[in-house]
Ligand binder design. Structure first.
Ligand code: IMP
Length: 192
């Protein structure tokens, strides 16, 4: 992550003023999800996937994505928290809420909001692989390829974005802005 996740150090700044510009509009998101949903439906025809949503950030994307997949999918949720201090993801992940559904022998599709260093997802996928699913693939709305620290194969990607801190459409800053219907960039100059 490129910015601190709390408002420490920015006291006196109205969080609403932190929004610099829209990066991806509601319409662009909707159109891209329709395409990805179609691809998933084609690729998984005859073997509907178990979709695993990584909370919290992916919940908005998941809600729109599943409705764009014309297959009898199942959905389950996992909540994880990253160890690590400040702005750096450690890659060590603690499962805060585990899946209710057994994934052994299932075709699992992990739905993420954003892949940054890739450490969180890489750790999560390894721990899911130990449960012997038939297959496991990743669908992420956003990726910041410049920030990648570990190779992680992303089967479906909504948008590649530059190394900026983004909010909205499920993504938060200090637990705010998840309900913005579009993806916006934080104005980093406001944080100094
Ligand atoms: P990674 O382990 O570095 O790939 O971190 C991934 C997690 O960091 C995501 O699931 C988000 O929760 C968070 N994150 C990374 N970049 C951003 C961003 O630009 N905005 C909001 N959250 C972010």
């Amino acid at each position: 992550m490129s910015l601190p996740r709390t408002l420490q150090g920015v006291s006196g700044v109205d969080p609403n003023e932190l929004i610099a510009e829209t990066l991806i509009s509601e319409v662009a998101i909707r159109e891209r999800i329709a395409v990805i949903g179609g691809e998933i439906a084609r690729d998984y025809a005859g073997r509907p996937p178990l979709i695993v949503c990584v909370l919290k950030g992916a919940f908005v994307f998941l809600a729109d994505l599943v409705r764009a997949i014309d297959l009898p999918v199942s959905v389950d949720f996992m909540a994880i928290s990253s160890y690590g201090s400040g702005t750096q993801t450690s890659g060590i992940v603690r499962i805060v809420k585990d899946l209710d559904i057994t994934i052994e022998g299932r075709d699992v599709l992990v739905v993420e909001d954003i892949v940054d260093s890739g450490l969180t997802l890489s750790y999560l996928v390894k721990s899911l692989q130990a449960r012997r699913p038939r297959s496991i693939e990743i669908c992420t709305l956003l990726t910041k390829p410049d920030r990648r620290e570990v190779e992680i194969p992303l089967r479906y990607v909504g948008f590649e974005i530059p190394n900026r801190f983004v909010i909205g459409y499920g993504l938060d800053f200090d637990e705010r802005f998840r309900n913005l219907p579009y993806i916006a960039v934080v104005d980093e100059s406001k944080l100094t």
